[in-house]
Ligand binder design. Structure first.
Ligand code: PLP
Length: 393
């Protein structure tokens, strides 16, 4: 069984590049060049150096002693929350901006929902002195003011998307339209393992540094590179793809993806795509997505803005279909409780996305010797308002 992409851009039945004809030249340029560029020695040296000196890698693999006692297993936290800008997303934006430079691009565009990917993109554009436009739904701009201002401070132009529900999917449409009109000088930085081939594979490769480090760090720490479990939250799926990547063919490592159950998977207000989704096409690839019987995309819901996505990347759809990854979900309340629990047992306030991964610890029957790695995708600073509004602490 293969879990990586084939030369046609598919993971099993999922993936591909379902794009308007006008975008074909852009995607084709990327497809024909991305592997050669990112495997080149000079690229790797520059990527690794920036990950080390700018992002702060390797991130620690931290043994969570009190959490381990509570759940009767050996729990390690992969500290992506300590990355510059507060989450794993910067691993990908560093990779893509280096790629854009090598393709001769001068301008960057991106879309953002909660603003986290927008900030990670604005950051690397400032770093490289490249012009940047981020499309963001007008409604999201109102909900996520601090991130809008962060992007502006970094010198990025934030353009409101005024169509539809004025949220992420509308921002994506605007970014696509911009790219069609500026195919030669502009690179589009997509923020997760979604979009047309080769984006899912490219983003997974940039994030795979997470599992590369976990293997090495576990080997040093316990004398064995293989944990019994790797657990990660799944929005589009990029932090999970990075945490799973170098364990995909080690079938004795149990991989667990955690989706947002929202108010409950049966309430109509959730983002649990593997539970509720059907095969369909969204943002340029064939995957699982939440849709009505007529194929209209259902608005997802989660208390955590980063998991509030109606689909999952094609790699994860395949990992779900083949059973290689087990998908669980956590509701808003379960995640918020887990966020408080981690804060109080380990002194780490997690992003609410990340708290969903913590929340499934109580749903798994561990043996005392089990080595469990949780990918701590981000820190909770950005979520303070949500913690305060929730209030139960
Ligand atoms: C954006 C985000 C996620 C969700 O995105 P993935 O592509 O699924 O990783 C998860 N955690 C944090 C902290 C995020 O910012």
């Amino acid at each position: 069984m293969s879990y990586t992409v084939n030369e046609k851009g598919y993971y099993g039945q999922f993936g591909g590049a379902y794009i308007p004809e006008m975008l074909f030249p852009n995607i084709e340029e990327l497809r024909l060049n991305y592997l050669e560029i990112i495997q080149e020695a000079g690229f790797k040296i520059e990527f690794d150096k920036l990950l080390k000196d700018f992002v702060g890698r390797p991130t620690p693999l931290y043994f969570a002693k009190r959490l381990s006692e509570r759940y009767n297993a050996k729990i390690y936290l992969k500290r992506e929350d300590l990355c510059h800008t507060g989450a794993h997303k910067i691993n990908n934006t560093i990779g893509q901006i280096l790629l854009a430079q090598r393709l001769g691009k001068q301008k960057i565009i991106a879309e953002t929902g909660a603003g986290q990917h927008g900030v990670a993109t604005a950051t690397v554009c400032a770093l490289m002195g490249m012009e940047c436009i981020v499309y963001m739904g007008k409604h999201d701009m109102e909900r996520q003011k601090p991130n809008v201002e962060r992007m502006r401070i970094l010198g990025t132009k934030v353009v409101p998307a005024l169509s539809g529900s004025m949220t992420l999917k509308d921002a994506t449409n605007e970014a696509m339209r911009h790219w069609i009109n500026h195919p030669t000088d502009t690179h589009y930085i997509i923020g997760s393992v979604v979009g047309p081939h080769p984006y899912p594979d490219m983003v997974a490769r940039f994030q795979s540094v997470i599992s590369e480090e976990i293997r090495h760090q576990l080997n040093v720490e316990v004398g064995n590179p293989f944990p019994d479990y790797v657990i990660a939250c799944v929005g589009g799926g990029s932090n999970a793809a990075g945490a799973f990547y170098h364990f995909l063919n080690d079938e004795h490592v149990q991989l667990i993806g955690v989706e947002a159950g929202g108010k409950g998977v049966d309430t109509g207000e959730s983002a649990a795509t593997t539970m509720l989704g059907k095969v369909g096409i969204l943002h340029g690839s064939k995957s699982l997505l939440m849709q009505t019987v007529d194929g209209q995309v259902v608005e997802p819901y989660s208390i955590s803005a980063g998991l509030d996505y109606p689909g999952i990347g094609p790699m994860h759809a395949h990992l779900f279909e083949t059973g290689r990854v087990q998908f669980l979900n956590a509701t808003d309340d379960e995640a918020m409780n887990a966020g408080i629990e981690l804060s109080r047992t380990e002194g780490i306030i997690p992003a609410i996305e990340t708290a969903h991964a913590i929340a499934v610890l109580s749903k798994i029957d561990f043996a005392p010797d089990d080595v469990v790695v949780i990918n701590l995708s981000g820190r909770g600073d950005k979520d303070l308002e949500t913690y305060i509004r929730w209030g139960k602490y």
